[in-house]
Design a protein around this ligand. Structure first.
Ligand SMILES: Nc1ncnc2c1ncn2[C@@H]1O[C@H](COP(=O)(O)OP(=O)(O)O)[C@@H](O)[C@H]1O
Ligand SMILES: [Mg+2]
Length: 420
């Protein structure tokens, strides 16, 4: 049986103790110890707490909560702290991680807390405590896990994820694409597949998870790519938990070379759990000032979550469109040079409608070449078997002019990729 965890709680009036208690399953082995109905605690109170971790439950945007989280770290070092709040406002999530939160969870308003929400809270608590006990537990897995993130809807996450998955599969890599956009996932659609089985079916199937069982729930694409589709209806999303996803990734890593994950435009519990175990992150931004700014915030958040910046690839989608942002200005807003530029191409929406990724259907188009260069970067990482270079890829050379102005979409050189 897992060791019991003693949690101290500090909360404000928006998150009463009863509500917090209801978020923790009775059989979770998590005991609520010291309780404080204020977030304005001093160092002495923090020192006296007899707790494995601190839960800070607060309204969104609470500066008192941020102050408490950072004071907790000052006083108690690496001891974990988890923030529970009422929404997932990007700015506040970022600030919470910046202050030192180990995890961030969204409270359910009640009165009835879905079992799955409570399980997510239990999982986050266990994960935070375990992580601080053994921070170096990665390294034994085989497959490379790459979530594709983007700070808002419509930036091209699904296009990037489905094409990256198809490109890796076409290169002979055992690849699975997981649709973690649990409410509005459209990966199956983008690949022309009928989602006969989804993550929801897997979640409610009961029993333990192994590779054979997972195989029964995967769709098969003609490229060889396997797909774990998102639930068919938004209300089914709640059945899929962060904990379940982490278990799934563990199994997939044994059977696949690459696990590519499409995501919703938010740091949901499942996305945070995925980032936690990711080898690489693929961040998709669009060529407009707002998207670039939000992407930079997203990159900052990833760094605060402990993901190394050098393990992030930035895809700038719809590059080359003339929207009035100069190259240097775009790099300035983004804070780094993008790794891959995907031009606007009207064949992309066409390919989505046809259900055939452009990386396969129009393999010589600039967009397809760009996506394949992204796949090559992950292949070159050395975690997978070596394969011959793609003959259709252009050589990255010195002929490029403006970094973002160039028409052909080529791989940035390591020097370019490493900074401004
Ligand atoms: N480079 C591009 N050129 C043209 N259309 C694109 C491009 N990238 C994405 N699109 C279109 O934009 C829409 C949103 O893309 P999608 O990948 O679904 O975004 P997200 O998953 O981030 O919400 C889709 O209709 C897609 O066809
Ligand atoms: Mg999408």
């Amino acid at each position: 049986m897992a060791r019991r965890i003693k949690a101290a709680v500090a909360h404000d009036e928006t998150a009463p103790l009863r509500l917090i208690g209801e978020h923790i399953p009775d059989d979770a082995g998590v005991e609520l110890g010291d309780r404080f109905d204020t977030l304005e605690l001093n160092a002495d109170a923090i020192l006296r707490m007899d707790a494995d971790l601190l839960l800070v439950a607060c309204r969104e945007g609470s500066t008192e909560a941020l102050r408490l989280v950072s004071l907790w770290h000052t006083v108690r070092g690496r001891s974990p702290v988890v923030v529970l709040s009422h929404g997932s406002d990007e700015e506040f999530v970022r600030e919470a991680f910046a202050a030192g939160a180990d995890d961030y969870l969204v409270l359910h308003p009640g009165p009835y807390i879905p079992e799955q929400v409570a399980r997510d809270v239990e999982f986050a608590i266990r994960k935070a405590v375990t992580r601080t006990r053994s921070s170096a537990d990665a390294g034994t897995q085989a497959g490379t896990l790459i979530p594709v993130l983007g700070s808002k809807g419509g930036v091209g996450k699904t296009v990037a994820a489905s094409n990256l998955g198809a490109a890796l599969a076409a290169r002979g890599q055992r690849t699975v694409l997981v649709d973690l956009d649990l409410q509005f996932g459209d990966v199956a659609l983008a690949l022309g597949l009928t989602p006969e089985t989804t993550l929801f079916d897997l979640a409610v199937s009961g029993g333990s998870l192994d590779a054979d069982k997972l195989d029964d729930f995967m769709l098969r694409h003609s490229s060889g790519l396997r797909v774990l589709a998102a639930p068919a209806r938004p209300d089914q999303a709640v059945s899929v938990s962060a904990q379940m996803m982490t278990t799934i990734y563990g199994v997939l890593r044994q059977a696949f070379d690459f696990i590519v994950i499409d995501t919703p435009p938010a740091f949901t519990a499942e996305v945070i759990a995925t980032v936690d175990v990711a080898d690489w992150i693929c961040m998709v931004a669009m060529f407009d000032a707002l998207s670039l700014k939000n992407t930079r915030l997203g990159l900052d958040t990833l760094a605060l979550m402990g993901h190394p910046p050098e393990r992030v690839r930035v895809v700038l989608n719809r590059a080359g469109t003339n929207v009035g942002i100069a190259d240097a200005e775009a790099v300035e807003i983004l804070g780094r040079v993008p790794d891959v530029l995907v031009p606007s191409d009207r064949e992309i929406p066409v390919s989505i409608n046809d259900g055939v990724p452009i990386a396969l259907s129009r393999s010589r188009s600039q967009a397809a070449v760009a996506i394949r260069s992204l796949a090559e970067m992950f292949l070159a990482d050395g975690r997978s078997e070596q394969s011959a270079p793609d003959p259709e890829l252009p050589r990255t050379g010195s002929r490029r002019r403006g970094l973002l102005r160039r028409k052909s979409s080529v791989t940035a050189t390591p020097e370019l990729a490493s900074g401004r």
